[in-house]
Design a protein around this ligand. Sequence first.
Ligand code: ADP
Ligand code: MG
Ligand code: MG
Ligand code: MG
Length: 421
Amino acid sequence: TGNKPFEALSVETLPKRLGENEALTERIGKDISRWKVREVGDGNLNLVFIVEGDKGAAVVKQALPYVRLVGDSWPLPLKRSFFEYHALTRQQARAPGSVPAIYHFDETQALIVMEYLSPPYIILRRALIDGRELPNLARDIGLFMARTLFRGSDLSMVARERKADLALFADNVELCDITENLVFSDPYFDARMNRHTSPQLDGLVAELRADRDLKVEAQRLKHLFAANAETLLHGDLHSGSIMVTDTETRMIDPEFAFYGPIAFDVGMLLANFWMAFFSQRGHEENGSRDSMRAYLLKVTAETWAVFRAEFSHLWRTERTGMLYQRSLFEDQGDRLGAEQALDHMLSGIWTDLLGFAGIEVHRRILGLAHNADFETIADQDLRAKCETKALRFGRHIAVNRRQIHSIDEVNTLAALIEQES
Ligand code: ADP
Ligand code: MG
Ligand code: MG
Ligand code: MG
């Protein structure tokens, strides 16, 4: 590809254009006449090719200068590929084994060559819709979040390095803008690209848009997202950005990476489990999902427990940054002081994650980007019932987040709302 200007790849042109790429030929073989190329991107933004040759397979992900879902009427810069690449290398360093191996990055062509997560790997959202209970999911995700979020912050990093990184990712303006608008604002007014299950949800949509407490809370959360540059976030950590087998878990697609509040990734992720929970009623034609519902609530509790435990462990053993220095606490024999500060930190993350989770539920039902969990429920009335419960749940946890003290409380509430007719 050299220094030629950007050009989108296609299934036909890929072998010729990347036939000399050593990262690729090393993995899949040099004989391009034997390469088989498929485009599998199901995402909203980018091209994803699977390339198979004599020796093996790899994935080539390429950004486009616009939003794939919408077309060239909505331009989006190629540099999102740069942020995705740099986020992946940091996640790999901070939580080894949790992301696909990265083989090559070409900035001009906005393309990343990475490990192909071959079947039985599938997208987590698909597995949850199918009713699969994965035993290691909560542990793997809890560890990933604690390690990347702790190690990307001033609790761990050398201040100069973190500030340089903050400056690097500060340029991811356009993808942040998507989050700022689509997540925090559009669901609460008649924004152009919104859609919802209509007419079933019309009344509730009007009610939510007139809900002053909710709107103020959403804007406070948006303020937090934009102003609290605490750590390097994945930025798009939903169940469509995670690939799984029965026992393995990998995070993909961190192109929204940005310095923001720790609670954002955790809240968005938990929201996707709660949405999976409220959608199960729509997937019961082939049998009850009682066990799956119980599993999903257990996963939220376990993810949060693992996150807390690992974050606390790192706090006690790896607090090498400029925040809450050991010289003020442990070095003076004041271990209790360090524990007190940790409790403050975790309790702040908890309160904020409930807000982010509530808002994430709303935007997935009222905004532009919907979830297959609900979208694949063909019966519109049934879908609207599931969505209504999720919306009420989201509103409750976002507005009452300071009064809710444990994940068991939240899950009791979720079960209560789910059982209403
Ligand atoms: P987008 O940014 O457009 O959402 P994603 O990175 O989420 O793109 O990839 C879109 C789809 O491509 C994923 O849902 C998954 O099915 C597939 N995919 C992406 N990366 C890999 C990979 N490393 N291995 C296997 N499949 C992948
Ligand atoms: Mg994606
Ligand atoms: Mg996707
Ligand atoms: Mg993406």
